[in-house]
Design a binder for this molecule. Structure first.
Ligand SMILES: *[C@@H]1O[C@H](CO)[C@@H](O)[C@H](O)[C@H]1NC(C)=O
Ligand SMILES: *[C@@H]1O[C@H](CO)[C@@H](O)[C@H](O)[C@H]1NC(C)=O
Ligand SMILES: *[C@@H]1O[C@H](CO)[C@@H](O)[C@H](O)[C@H]1NC(C)=O
Ligand SMILES: *[C@@H]1O[C@H](CO)[C@@H](O)[C@H](O)[C@H]1NC(C)=O
Length: 499
């Protein structure tokens, strides 16, 4: 058996070795037989979320019980335009799989009334001008991992999401808040803040009511965030869009917290991390026994992995950790390689280009290394906490088509097609194996996790542009070791294969 052993060469060596390896590149293996792809006419998705004419495929189950919500990718955060109240008021909410409450900014909030108009983009809700407003209680309190909070009232309202109208949905009204955007948490109702903090029973949240009111068949939805530089992504409640991913969906179980009988957050087991270089050679950075619980969280901008594993990855790619920020030469995005995330044998391959995020200083200018090479953020950060609160955020999720099946406590994954406008929507049914086009991985690895500070009610919202704003970029650049800026060294990697 051949075991790949990592060897890092200097640039000069790499040049000559690459020349040899390219010549020695093995023939592409083309599978026998006709391709397994059936081709049929596409339905183009209209980008207007309130008027989406997706037609049912004639030879497929009717996909009428799905709700498509287009998401705006603004500064690498994902927003849904929704409506609230009667007559409808327009709001833009940050979509978050890591929390379970929906809350909105209010015209009554002193924060929003500031002359700088901080809530302008998300919009403010005026309960006094809605006939469907219903007061519930005054104990709404949510605090996120980045210490932002929102306190106020719970109420019930009518919401418009995609082309669906959801009535009587409980939500929070932010009366006292530090955050400039309302949030649409779409996690398990058992993870609502009032369950943990007030010891109350869960109330039916958005996904629960979509099922209860007959819009979708079971509590399941798919998320396609799309390319880093794309303007929009999609969340599809009650359905999957087979045009948006490669191959078939692979299903793994959601992990359960120790002592609980069912999960309340989207935690799954990551069984390995590896790399693929530009001539399709792969290497693993983890042992065969590796396994950690990771939260699939659209509300977190970056990805957080154990420090030792981060150090291995950083060494291979020339990434440096400076002023609590993960940075790399922007030119890494031009290299055709992937970081491979393994889930019980199925891998999501995240292109380097999806992990290299533009960095700006506090004045909005690009940051450069000492040698003039442009500096970027790297989308993976070290997480030192021993309680296992590792998060696969947007820098990972953009490369994955993810189906969250709350009822069956399963996640289905596939590698995405970026930037496709075609659409082929299939409905998710109810009961076991409700997700179409999905097969379970052969030997799923599950973990019971114990963490006390897991972000179960505290989605970490990291504003990309604010990471550097709190640092002095010239100090950060000066701290960088000159070799990396100059050589972009280790990411020019090669592996020798020893018998
Ligand atoms: C959401 O609303 C904003 C503001 O009206 C608009 O600019 C944006 O295009 C809308 N997004 C979608 C996906 O319709
Ligand atoms: C997707 O579209 C964006 C915006 O047009 C573009 O910058 C990006 O390179 C595209 N990505 C791929 C993988 O084609
Ligand atoms: C792989 O990357 C190296 C270093 O950037 C480059 O010289 C080489 O041409 C690339 N090979 C292929 C097949 O893209
Ligand atoms: C990148 O590499 C993959 C295989 O690793 C290959 O299929 C693809 O064609 C390459 N893309 C470019 C632009 O060279």
């Amino acid at each position: 058996m051949k075991v790949p052993v990592p060897v890092v060469y200097s640039v000069l060596f790499v040049a000559s070795i690459l020349a040899r390896s390219v010549q020695a590149e093995p023939q592409l293996v083309v599978p026998d037989g006709p391709p397994k792809v059936v081709s049929f006419p596409f339905t183009k998705v209209n980008k207007n979320p309130y008027n989406i004419p997706y037609r049912n495929r004639r030879f497929r189950k009717r996909a009428d019980k799905t709700i498509l919500q287009i998401l705006d990718n603004a500064d690498y955060l994902y927003y849904a335009n929704i409506t609230i109240g009667t007559p409808p008021q327009n709001l833009r909410l940050h979509i978050d799989t890591g929390s379970s409450d929906l809350w909105v900014e209010s015209t009554e909030s002193t924060f929003c009334q500031d002359s700088s108009n901080p809530c302008e983009r998300t919009g403010t809700y005026d309960r006094s001008s809605s006939s469907s407003y219903e007061y519930v209680s005054s104990d709404f309190r949510i605090t996120y991992a980045d210490k932002e909070f929102s306190h106020g009232d719970y109420a019930k309202e009518t919401f418009g999401v995609g082309d669906a109208k959801v009535t009587g949905l409980q939500f929070g009204i932010g009366l006292e808040t530090t955050s400039s955007e309302g949030i649409m948490g779409i996690g398990y109702d058992t993870n609502e803040v009032q369950v943990d903090w007030l010891g109350k029973d869960p109330y039916p949240n958005l996904i629960d009511l979509m099922v209860e009111q007959g819009h979708i068949q079971s509590r399941a939805y798919s998320l396609w965030l799309n390319d880093l530089d794309a303007d929009t992504g999609e969340v599809l409640f009650g359905g999957i869009d087979t045009a948006k991913y490669k191959g078939k969906l692979h299903t793994i179980p959601i992990d359960t917290r120790k002592g609980k009988s069912s999960p309340s957050e989207f935690m799954v087991t990551l069984t390995g991390i590896g790399l693929t270089n530009n001539i399709s050679q792969t290497m693993s950075l983890t042992s065969s026994k590796f396994g950690i619980p990771v939260l699939l969280d659209s509300g977190t901008t970056y990805t957080y992995i154990p420090t030792s594993l981060y150090q291995n990855l950083a060494a291979e790619l020339g990434v440096q950790y400076v002023s609590r920020t993960s940075v790399v030469a922007c030119s890494l995005r031009d290299y055709n390689g992937t970081v491979d995330f393994d889930f019980s044998g199925f891998k999501i391959n995240v292109p380097f280009s999806e992990l290299v995020v533009d960095a700006f200083d506090i004045y909005g200018y690009p940051i450069t290394f000492d040698n003039g090479e442009q500096l970027c953020f790297f989308g993976v950060f070290p997480e030192s906490s021993s309680d296992g609160s590792y998060v696969l955020g947007d820098t990972f999720l953009r490369s994955a088509y993810v189906v969250y099946d709350l009822d069956n406590a399963e996640i289905s994954l596939a590698n995405v097609h970026f930037n496709v406008s075609e659409s082929d929507i299939m409905e998710i049914g109810s009961g076991k194996k409700a997700v179409p086009d999905a097969t379970g991985v052969e030997n799923p690895v599950t973990l019971e996790f114990t963490g006390t500070t897991l972000p179960h009610d505290t989605p970490a919202i990291t504003q990309t542009r604010n990471v550097q704003a709190t640092e002095n970029p010239s100090i950060a650049a000066a701290l960088l070791t000159p070799t990396v800026g100059g050589v972009i060294g280790a990411w020019l990697m090669m592996w020798s294969f020893l018998a």
